[in-house]
Design a protein around this ligand. Structure first.
Ligand code: TXA
Ligand code: MG
Length: 355
């Protein structure tokens, strides 16, 4: 890393993509304390972090992401003790924290009266989404900066979440001071979000921690119905790649020029990519955004995704795919089939046994 260490670089300089080290964590922590943005890995996806108690810093997140300001952010904390200083920790929240934190579960709880959090974090709502990430780099950054970190997924609004440091670097040219490169995220899709602020618990966004696992701890839980969009990340046409994406496409239904994203051992061999040759939904979740990104190339007409079983984690995968396939409001992604398509596709036909 040739950049000279400075934690207060301006907003218009390119982000520095740094490998993790004690020095990187120190630099990143002082960038956070100085009101800057730092992208960091979590076990789910990369987060774009800022001091959640600093309005100006939080505003920079919305600016960098080009995110509609009504969309509230997740606040990352070290542990449930820190969470309890920010939100009203209910008995159900205690139980879930005990079982699933640190880990890919976000809880929406009432903001406590004395909460030092910026109002912008929750976009004016009287609830806040909190989570304790289970990733050593995220934990080290929380520890060193000693503030709660507001961090949405580190991608431009409405695009696929980032699961590698390079994904972040390719999207943010300025406005972000440091990107801590921690390799690929192991879970690969965003946390399960459960709203515990109402009379009954409601899953706002499915994730690797399933409704069934949560019910074992706290009893009956419902899925949010499509009519009530409480988590704006539940909007249709979220996670959209720049080329069209079709779901539940069987091998016979593929059309020429589409890249075929498959699942399982029975998938056609000459598909573009296979989410999990072993048919393992956890592996498929971890690969989902990375592979959609890999196929989202000029010269590829569209992505056709093979049916994914809708059981367990398949529910979360299909949820993201449905959103990626939804019609876009700004649908300008008309097909442009270039001659280089076949060549491009060759690059995605991986050697046997390699995923
Ligand atoms: O795995 C994850 O959750 C990642 C990593 C970085 O932690 N973060 C993430 O953040 O996915 P983001 O901002 O892309 O998604 C946060 C979701 C949004 O759909 C937002 O609407 C919802 O959480 N949310 C945040 N605060 C909320 C609140 N008070 N009530 C309801 N939904 C809320
Ligand atoms: Mg997101």
């Amino acid at each position: 890393m040739t950049n000279s260490p400075s934690a207060t670089t301006g907003n218009n300089t390119e982000p520095r993509l740094l490998d993790v080290s004690t020095e990187t964590i120190e630099l990143a922590a002082s960038a956070i304390q100085g009101g800057g943005l730092v992208a960091f890995p979590t076990e789910t996806v990369y987060g774009l972090g800022a001091d959640a108690t600093n309005d100006t810093a939080v505003a920079k997140i919305f600016e960098a992401k080009s995110r509609p300001t009504f969309n509230p952010l997740i606040v990352h904390v070290k542990d449930s003790g820190q969470a309890a200083l920010l939100v009203e920790f209910t008995p159900a929240a205690q139980k879930l924290a005990q079982k699933f934190w640190p880990g890919p579960l976000t809880m929406v709880l009432k903001r406590s009266v004395s909460s030092p959090l910026s109002m912008l974090v929750s976009a004016g709502l009287d609830t806040v989404a909190v989570r304790v990430p289970n990733h050593p780099i995220a934990q080290a950054l929380l520890e060193k900066s000693n503030v709660p970190l507001a961090a949405p997924s580190a991608n431009k609004s409405g695009t696929v979440s980032s699961t590698a440091g390079m994904h972040v670097a390719s999207q943010f040219r300025n406005g972000v001071e440091i990107i801590i490169d921690g390799g690929l995220c192991t879970v690969g899709i965003e946390s399960t979000i459960i709203d515990l602020s109402g009379t009954e618990p409601v899953i706002l966004r499915p994730g690797v921690i399933t409704l069934e696992e949560i019910e074992i701890e706290i009893g009956p839980v419902a899925y949010a119905t499509d009519g009530e969009i409480k988590a704006p990340g539940m909007m249709k046409s979220h996670y959209a790649p720049s080329i069209p994406l079709r779901i539940n496409v069987t091998p016979n239904e593929r059309t020429k020029g589409e890249a075929y994203l498959t699942f399982g051992p029975d998938a056609p061999r000459r598909a573009a990519l296979n989410l999990s040759k072993a048919g393992d939904l956890r592996e498929a979740a971890a690969n989902l955004f990375t592979m959609i990104r890999a196929l989202d190339q000029p010269g590829i007409r569209g992505i056709a995704v093979m049916p994914i079983p809708n059981t367990g984690l398949g529910h979360a995968i299909n949820d993201r795919l449905m959103r990626a396939a939804a019609p876009r409001s700004d649908d300008t992604s008309g097909f442009s089939c270039s001659g280089s398509f076949e060549t491009k596709m060759q690059n995605f036909v991986k050697p046997e046994g390699n995923n």
